[in-house]
Design a protein around this ligand. Structure first.
Ligand code: SF4
Length: 383
């Protein structure tokens, strides 16, 4: 559709057909761009506004490559896995420590799983750490330490779902892919005033997001939307007057906080369990590795009963207990699908089987947050 007529006529043609000059490999190329999306967002202007803003205000994050640098898929992948369910602020330190310990994917692949759990302590959702390790081993063995850059191959790897695959494709390989994280979901729901409540709206949001994906610079586009969602289009009190895309937003000057709509929350059930802080004569405490399947799989913890929705006389640890005493204050912890109320029993045992650890060395083991709460509850009464 390049105009071959005289320059004057060419200008007219440009405005009528909505052609855009793009700088590619130091050459100016002319490209025709669809003028309006189905919901009447003038796409080129939208991209231009958003990406200009991103050029000025993008966040400096440890996993982001600097201008002119080629992004490292390993960095993008580790950060995206850590950022699931976790805030950017929390992830920064974990990410830097992780990369310091395992600068290359082969280092991570060759690390013991327990070390990975240990580095992951406090980030929660430990299945991510397990899958991260498994995925590193697969890339090391099957792809010779080179991250695949095809969606199908990425989706076949442990822990990589459609979101993470899209993030890796767009950010690390600059391939067109539609990334929809929580921030982008919110921006799209507001841009298009999507009335369907989440989670049912996810498909619609994905389609709307796909209709706006910027083919020429998908990585910058995805990160621009992420940054917009985190700094301007925030869940509460979005700064609409500073928003570079407010001209395209249907919720602007209306009620943006009401989007995305959400289905009423289901009430989480409460489960009950008993945890045992068992000491031997030396003052060492008994810890054990949790089963390979289920919650906190493969992590270290204190012996515990099963966790059930009815309070009952729970199962007992295998060692024989003496001098049992129940802590007045137990522990509370919330998992994705339920709340847990735990009674903590302090007891002694003369049995020697199992792993007995000095309380001051407990930090050397990958204790999940729940188990740390139990340790803290015991230490509190001892002070
Ligand atoms: S105008 Fe307001 S609601 Fe719309 S995208 Fe911008 S910040 Fe979000």
């Amino acid at each position: 559709m390049v105009d071959h007529r005289g320059p004057h006529e060419g200008v007219k043609h440009l405005s009528r057909l909505n052609l855009l000059y793009l700088l590619k490999n130091d050459n100016l190329v002319l490209r025709e761009i669809p003028l309006y999306s189905k919901r009447m967002i003038p796409i080129p202007k939208y991209h231009q506004s958003l990406l200009s803003w991103y050029g000025l205000y993008q966040r400096q994050l440890p996993w982001r490559s600097l201008p002119g640098q080629v992004p490292d898929p390993y960095h993008v992948w580790v950060s995206e896995i850590m950022l699931q369910q976790t805030t950017v602020q929390t992830v920064k330190e974990y990410y830097l420590n992780f990369l310091k310990k395992w600068p290359k994917i082969e280092n991570l692949a060759n690390a013991p799983l327990d070390d990975v759990f240990h580095m992951w302590q406090g980030l929660g959702y430990y299945r991510r750490a397990r899958n991260l390790h498994k995925c590193a081993q697969m890339i090391h063995q099957e792809y010779k330490d080179t991250f695949p850059s095809e969606e199908k191959a990425l989706l076949s790897l442990p822990g990589i779902g459609p979101y993470t695959a899209a993030a890796i494709l767009s950010i690390a390989f600059n391939k067109p892919a539609t990334v929809v994280d929580g921030n982008i979901e919110r921006v799209m729901a507001r841009l298009f005033q999507i009335e369907t409540p989440l989670p049912k709206a996810k498909k619609e949001i994905q389609e709307k997001a796909a209709s706006l994906t910027f083919q020429d610079s998908p990585g910058d586009y995805a990160q621009a939307l992420m940054d917009l969602g985190s700094s301007i289009c925030t869940p509460k009190s979005p700064a609409c007057s500073m928003c570079p895309i407010h001209n395209f937003c249907q919720a602007f000057k209306k009620n943006p906080e009401d989007f995305p709509r959400r289905a009423p929350k289901k009430i989480k059930p409460t489960r009950y369990g008993t945890f045992f802080w068992i000491e031997n004569d030396k003052g060492d405490v008994l810890i054990e590795k949790r089963p390979d399947k289920g919650l906190l799989a493969g992590m270290m913890g204190f012996p515990t009963s099963s966790w059930k929705e009815i309070q009952e006389q729970n199962s007992r640890p295998e060692v024989r207990l003496i001098d049992e005493e129940s802590l007045e204050k137990g522990v509370r912890h919330t998992f994705t699908h339920f709340h847990l109320i735990g009674e903590v029993i302090i007891a002694k045992s003369r049995d020697t089987d199992g792993l007995w650890v000095s309380p001051k060395n407990l930090n050397n083991y990958a204790l999940p947050t729940l188990m740390k709460k139990i340790r803290n509850a015991v230490q509190e009464v001892r002070q």
